[in-house]
Structure formats: structure tokens, C-alpha cells
Design a binder for this molecule. Structure first.
Ligand SMILES: O=C(O)C(=O)[C@@H](O)CO
Ligand SMILES: [Mg+2]
Length: 255
């Protein structure tokens, strides 16, 4: 059975962000992930993580102005300086909190725009170099356009091409089963084929993005395949609880 990490951006929203660490540990989780720690000093986040006895699985680089609709900056021509500064911030937080993985969000830009592509390539290389020096893994995640209209990285094969171009062992794919199913389907075969470059996995039911075992996929079969491909990392529970986080955790004892 895979090791599960609670996603504190979607789960345990019944309590404030800093209290979600203890709530996750009390519910039996051994690790957490979340979108962003940057509203709090890194030392405070690290303190809550350690006090709860949790491992950090992953968080994202600063995405630009999230409230204004930005979803990352890596593919945004003209925002290279902001991207570089976000990278500095992410690495500084990663060192204090102790995350093994950072997720680099691409941003909203046409996937076929040559300038966006060139900017993404340059920024990915820069992020690969900096995270490599820092001893931190870097992941990129294809995201479906229904949840995030206009997101640049909206195709798994394209993500594989970008990763191959960088050709650095610490740069890998964030394989979110929810996005995979909506974008392409073929979950089991793609897990097998992509196993060597999968750096992180996330799960949610499709199409409602709720608890596993409540959607159109056979999540038990998927968890068995994740074990079969030898994946050793955490599987992030990146789902919106249908009716309360604790109330919805029953799936964990059924898989
Ligand atoms: O939306 C997802 O899926 C994620 O994993 C986030 O990190 C990006 O919004
Ligand atoms: Mg995801």
C-alpha cells in the first residue's frame, strides 16, 4: 500500500493552516503536502511540522499573484525576474522546512506560443540548476484545462519532453491521477511507462475530486499498480473532502 500524505490546502480546512499539521497527525498521517507555505515564516511552518512528527512531501514555488488569477510564472515571457525571485524564496523555504520536492507551476499561457515555450524551457533549466545545487528535487505537473483553463502545461507527453530536454535526474513528473484521467485516461499503462520519471503522485476521485473510492476509477487497482512499479514516494491526497475531512477518511482502511 502506498504511503499517503495529507494535502493541507484541500484537507483539514476546518481549522487554520498552521493547525492542520496537528490535525493531520491526529488522523494518522505521517506526511503532508500543500500548495504554499509563504503566508507564514518558514521557521513557524517547520516548527508545526516537527511538533506534529510529520514529514514534508512537497510544496509549490510561489505562483505569482494567486488571488489575481496567476498560476505560476515559468511560461510567462517578461516575468523572468519575478520567476527568479520566486525560485530564491522557494529554495530558502525548502531548506528551512526540509521538503525533498518543489513543484514548479507553469502559469497561464498558450501551450503553442513559441515565446512561452522558450521562456518555460529557460526557467525550467534555471530551476533545475538551482534545485540541483540545493539538493532538492523538482517536479512539473500537467493540469487539466477544466480545473485550470489556459494552463500552459496541459499534456503529459509534453511534460515528458520538457523533462527529457533538461536531462537531470532530480527533475521529474508530478503524476496527478485526477489530471491524468481527465486529460488522457490510460492510467495504469501510463504509470508503468512513466515510472522511471515519476517524482510525485497525487490522487482524487474523478470527476468530483473527492475521496478515493468514490469516482469512476478503480483506486484499489491504481494503488496496487503504484506499488507494482516500485514507487517509493508519498501519494498526496489532493482531494476536496465531500463532507468533512475526518468524516471522509474511511476510504483509507478500505484500500
Ligand atoms: O492542482 C493541482 O493538481 C496541484 O497539484 C497544484 O499544485 C497546482 O494547483
Ligand atoms: Mg495535483
Amino acid at each position: 500500500m502506498p504511503k499517503f500524505a495529507a494535502n493541507l490546502s484541500m484537507m483539514f480546512n476546518e481549522v487554520p493552516f498552521l493547525d492542520r499539521f496537528a490535525a493531520a497527525a491526529e488522523s494518522g498521517f505521517k506526511a503532508v503536502e500543500y500548495l504554499f507555505p509563504y503566508d507564514n515564516p518558514a521557521e513557524i511552518v517547520a516548527e508545526r511540522l516537527q511538533a506534529a512528527g510529520l514529514a514534508q512531501a512537497l510544496f509549490n514555488m510561489p505562483p505569482g499573484d494567486w488571488a489575481a488569477g496567476e498560476r505560476g510564472m515559468a511560461a510567462l515571457p517578461g516575468r523572468e525576474a519575478d520567476f527568479a525571485s520566486a525560485l530564491d524564496t522557494a529554495i530558502a523555504y525548502a531548506k528551512v522546512i526540509g521538503t525533498p520536492l518543489l513543484h514548479m507551476m507553469a502559469g497561464l499561457a498558450p501551450a503553442s506560443d513559441s515565446q512561452a515555450i522558450a521562456t518555460y524551457r529557460e526557467n525550467l533549466q534555471r530551476a533545475a540548476d538551482r534545485t540541483g545545487e540545493a539538493g532538492i528535487g523538482l517536479v512539473i505537473e500537467p493540469i487539466n484545462g477544466r480545473d485550470m483553463p489556459g494552463y500552459f502545461l496541459n499534456d503529459f507527453n509534453r511534460a515528458l519532453d520538457f523533462i527529457a530536454e533538461v536531462d537531470a535526474p532530480h527533475v521529474k513528473l508530478q503524476y496527478d491521477v485526477y489530471h491524468r484521467q481527465i486529460l488522457h485516461g490510460d492510467v495504469i499503462m501510463s504509470l508503468r511507462q512513466m515510472a522511471p520519471i515519476i517524482g510525485h503522485i497525487q490522487i482524487a476521485s474523478v470527476p468530483d475530486r473527492h475521496e478515493p473510492l468514490t469516482g469512476e476509477l478503480d483506486d484499489r487497482r491504481i494503488f496496487a499498480e503504484i506499488d507494482a512499479i516500485g514507487y517509493q514516494g508519498y501519494v498526496g491526497c489532493e482531494y476536496r473532502p465531500a463532507a468533512g475531512t475526518r468524516e471522509g477518511l474511511g476510504w483509507m482502511s478500505k484500500v
